[in-house]
Structures are given as structure tokens and as C-alpha cells.
Design a protein around this ligand. Structure first.
Ligand SMILES: Cc1ncc(COP(=O)(O)O)c(C=O)c1O
Length: 384
């Protein structure tokens, strides 16, 4: 028996990787499952994107290895997108690195900047990958609590009362998943100043800026931010391209050089046709974002109706691809969602998987059609 590496003792298989096996088994047994668990956009990407990848098969170089840094025109399209959407100037030659989804960037950044024993500030609740990757690179996850009473924003003054001498990286994610809270300009300014005072690299994970959000922001718009921040972004939710695996990291040339050193040893470039499709997506006009949000707004109204029927409360001012809902007092989320899964064939995510601060909450995804959401409402209503 070959024993696995010690680092694997520190992490568990990803929640969805496990739970979706259970959900899929129910589906295979004939249950009419409505999946409101995972945030995998079911809407189509722009048609031009699909045309571009189809067209790409005509080119002789399409099956060859591609550049580690992506096509220059992809980096230029990413730079133009950042300028147009966030007013941020980045040099496509040295300050943008395309990624195969932003998730892989979490590992690359961690490998580039963390030594064993370094401390990493991680939001609670937050995307579970920040903590698991931190543990995989043998660094130490130190959570900072977010809660409803302060709008799910970090309390930097309280953090500064703690010993930050070993902290090397801080993960920040606004619009925040799972709560949908949004950062203010002032918070980003405070974070940059905090990072400079404490010699910490801030990584802002920003994949939800364009979903039900009237104020898309980048931390890189704060003057001097590039000295201490890098930002991850992604085409997954913005252009309904989660399965394409296209993301990006932006920051100063020195930080990006370190990340490239890791990445270029791990993969050998992104498929040509995917890059051509991504370029087309990034050229989308405001019409795209408007239509996307009209669709999600209709879905969100239905999810609110479903949450009402389940006796849950929620904040209507939040953004992003999910509705974060508070359960009635004393209700255990995991048994609550299992009951709905087994009695009504509806899968919802328990908030606790995002950290202890998610206790007492559940998360509904908006990645289900209006018909499916109507059906979910009918199932709960007829049962009550
Ligand atoms: C907060 C957050 N960051 C990053 C990701 C990864 O997105 P992708 O790798 O598809 O770009 C997700 C995906 O759900 C997410 O919720």
C-alpha cells in the first residue's frame, strides 16, 4: 500500500465533488432533481464565442502547444476589458496572465508566495478553496470573521490588533461569495493601506462583478494598489463560460513573473480555440451585461419566493449569482437541506461549508431556469 503525502491529511475532498455524487445517484434512480446547489451558469455564452472556437479549427496551429502567457491578443483583450469596465490600466505584456479558470490561480499564487508555516488570512464565510490550497502548500489558514451585522465586510482595525507578523497573503473576495455583499471604494482603499502597513499581499478574487451588480469594482483602481495587490477574474460567470476554463490574474510585473514561474511548470498553454472564443467574449458590449442581468433578476425573484415559502430571510440588496438566506432560528442547515433533497428532490447548499460563520444559512444558486424554479416553488407549496 503506497501511503499518500502528509499534505493530503490536511484537506478533504471538495464538498461538491462528494455531495454531487449523492445528488447524481438520486437522479440516476429516477428522482427529478432540481439543482440549486452549484453556481455553474446554464445560460449560453455569446454566439460569437461559439463561432470563434468553431472557426479556430480551420487554422493549422490549432492543435499545437500554445504560449505559456496566452496569445498577445488575448492579453490585449483582457487589458481593454479592465480599462473599459473598471477604468484600470494594465500592461498586457507584463501585468496580465491568462489562467485556466481563476481556481487554478489560487494554487499558483499560493505556491508562488507562501512558504510552509506562513500565515494566510481567509474570509469566513468564504470560498473553501482558499483554505484547502493554503493547507496543501503547508501554510497556515487564519480566518477573519465576516458577519451580517457589519455587512460581511472585514474589520481591519480588529485584525490589526492581532499579531500579523507571520501573515504573507490575505484573500479578499468582493462581490462576496456566498453572501453577495459588495465592497465599497473606501474598503478597497483601506485594504491597500492595510496591506502596505503590514507587508501583506492582498489577492482580490473578483469573478462575480458583473452579475446583478450595478457597481463593478476592481481593487486595482486604488492608486498604488499594484504594489501590494493582485486580482483574479474569470469568464466563467460573466460570460456563461464556466466549462471553458478561462480566467486571469492581474498585477505588477514582478508578482506576475513569480506566478508565471509556477504556472509555466504546470501546464503548456491554453487551447487556441478557447483563447479565440475568450477574446470575442471580452469584446461584448453593455447589451450583453444588461440581458444577462434581466435573466438573473427574474430568477432571483422566484428564488426569493422559494425562500419565503421555506421560512428563510434574505437581503434584497446583495449581488452575485446566489441568494444567501438565513434559516429560522435553531434549524440545522444540513438536515434541512437533506430533507428538501430527499422529500422534494431540490438540492440547496448548506452555508456551513463556507465556514463556521455560515452556520444557520443556506445558499441558493441562480443557475436554474425559471421553469425549474417555478417547479421547485410548486413542490414546496403543495407539500405545505
Ligand atoms: C469565489 C470564487 N472564486 C473563484 C471561483 C472559481 O471560478 P473559475 O475557476 O471558474 O474562474 C469560484 C467558483 O465558483 C468562486 O465562487
Amino acid at each position: 500500500m503506497i501511503t499518500v503525502a502528509n499534505r493530503l491529511q490536511t484537506v478533504e475532498e471538495y464538498y461538491f465533488s462528494k455531495k454531487l455524487r449523492e445528488v447524481n445517484a438520486l437522479k440516476a434512480s429516477g428522482k427529478p432533481i432540481i439543482n440549486l446547489g452549484i453556481g455553474s451558469p446554464d445560460l449560453m455564452p455569446p454566439q460569437r464565442v461559439v463561432d470563434a472556437i468553431t472557426e479556430s479549427f480551420k487554422y493549422p496551429n490549432v492543435h499545437q502547444y500554445q504560449s505559456y502567457q496566452g496569445l498577445p491578443e488575448l492579453r490585449e483583450a483582457m487589458g481593454a476589458f479592465y480599462k473599459a469596465q473598471f477604468g484600470v490600466n494594465v500592461d498586457p505584456a507584463s501585468e496580465i496572465l491568462p489562467l485556466m479558470g481563476s481556481k487554478e490561480g489560487i494554487l499558483h499564487i499560493s505556491m508562488a508566495f507562501l512558504n510552509a508555516g506562513d500565515e494566510v488570512l481567509i474570509p469566513n464565510p468564504g470560498y473553501p478553496t482558499y483554505a484547502s490550497v493554503t493547507k496543501l502548500v503547508e501554510a497556515k489558514a487564519v480566518t477573519y470573521n465576516l458577519d451580517e451585522t457589519n455587512g460581511w465586510l472585514p474589520d481591519l482595525d480588529a485584525l490589526e490588533q492581532t499579531d500579523l507578523s507571520k501573515v504573507k497573503v490575505m484573500w479578499v473576495n468582493y462581490p462576496h461569495m456566498p453572501t453577495g455583499a459588495n465592497a465599497t471604494e473606501a474598503l478597497y482603499q483601506d485594504l491597500v493601506a492595510f496591506a502596505k502597513r503590514n507587508d501583506i499581499l492582498i489577492v482580490n478574487d473578483n469573478p462575480y462583478s458583473f452579475v446583478l451588480n450595478n457597481n463593478p469594482r476592481s481593487i486595482l483602481s486604488v492608486p498604488g494598489a499594484k504594489d501590494v495587490c493582485v486580482e483574479l477574474n474569470s469568464l466563467s460567470k460573466t460570460f456563461n463560460m464556466a466549462g471553458w476554463r478561462v480566467g486571469m490574474v492581474l498585477g505588477n510585473a514582478e508578482h506576475l513573473g513569480a506566478i508565471l514561474k509556477v504556472k509555466s511548470n504546470m501546464d503548456s498553454g491554453m487551447f487556441y480555440g478557447i483563447q479565440k472564443g475568450a477574446i470575442e467574449a471580452l469584446k461584448s458590449t453593455d447589451e450583453w451585461f444588461k440581458n444577462l442581468n434581466v435573466a438573473y433578476e427574474k430568477r432571483r425573484k422566484l428564488v426569493w419566493e422559494l425562500a419565503d415559502l421555506l421560512g428563510c430571510t434574505y437581503d434584497e440588496s446583495t449581488t452575485g449569482l446566489f441568494v444567501w438566506s438565513k434559516l429560522p432560528a435553531g434549524v440545522d442547515a444540513e438536515s434541512f437541506i437533506d430533507k428538501i433533497l430527499y422529500d422534494n428532490s431540490i438540492f440547496i447548499t448548506p452555508g456551513i461549508i463556507f465556514g463556521s460563520q455560515g452556520k444557520g444559512y443556506i445558499r441558493f444558486s441562480l443557475c436554474a431556469s425559471e421553469e425549474q424554479l417555478q417547479e421547485a416553488i410548486t413542490r414546496i407549496r403543495t407539500q405545505n
